[in-house]
Write a protein that binds this ligand. Sequence first.
Ligand SMILES: *Cc1c(COP(=O)(O)O)cnc(C)c1O
Length: 371
Amino acid sequence: MSHIPLVDLKAAHAEVADAVREGFDRILEHTAFVGGAEVAAFEQEYAAFNGTAHAIGVANGTDALELALRASGVGVGDEVVLPANTFIATAGAVQRIGARPVLVDADPATYLLDVEAAAKAVTPRTKAVAPVHLYGQNADVAGLRALLPEGLAIVEDGAQSQGASRDGRTAGQGGIAATSFYPGKNLGAYGDAGAVVTDSPELAQRVRELANHGGTAKYRHDVAGFNSRLDGLQAVVLRAKLARLARWNDQRRAAAARYHELLAPLAEAERVVLPATADGNVHVWHLYVVRVPGADRDAVVDRLNAAGIGAGVHYPSPVHLTPAFAHLGHGAGDFPHAERAAREILSLPLYPQITPEQQQEVAAALVNALH
Ligand SMILES: *Cc1c(COP(=O)(O)O)cnc(C)c1O
């Protein structure tokens, strides 16, 4: 039986193996284990790729979110508006600051933040809104901006959207965004890593300080920060992969188009709902997420897994129905679109190196799993 993983990190490594080995040798030679020339070069290259003036490498995506929120002035007791359907870390970063996550529902077609609901959730205690660029396409940041009181911070969660844009605008352009380089992301390290991107020199400076014990000069600490730095070995991997990311995102788009075609009969028969791309979005297909409204989703995933297909669910529980966030006081029915998505979605294998034959096998297995 063949095995088609959800994400094929070995196939990605095969493309960068030589560059990574050479880079690791450079690091060992110079012992630049934290920070250093590779990190500085990666920061410049990632800022250029993303079209923002600054990129600050940090230890992981959750830290990147916390740092971007803190740099934007979010503190204890403040409110941050965010979607109920996201990876738990978006809410976790807010919670760790001692601020309160204020949840809102998603658009039922794209699963992206409902920007009108977000604007309605703003109170005098709101310090920021945190849209999530879920599954590889950007939330409507410009639309959100137009609905928010002037000066209210928008802190974008771009962990799943490296290379994506909406109406030509990428995460962090004109504002601030966090991203994650967890191994399975479109740009993945060989361990934990993340970055904050922004056009603002002041915000960039604040993030650098907070992420380095509150100071930028040695043993000078102007604010109380913590330690969240990018290491040289990860920067080597990220540089090698960044050089290929535009092509890899093209390959993801081609693979998504093939799934659309292969699954069109199931969609016409209303057995699956295919992913929708919002107008103006250049999608980078971090995940290919379908819904199976008439079926027992968990059973479908089990059958796919039993057939050697690495299907997954992103995510089975919206934030408000997750035990760690029970204290927010929500219950079932509060965010119906997020809840329906959590019940009905599943993610099919998608990575740059997936072949048309593998995708045919996935589509055939899905047909079987739905019977
Ligand atoms: C991966 C992810 C994060 C967290 O990143 P880590 O590097 O795992 O801390 C945050 N938000 C979203 C939407 C993610 O997908």
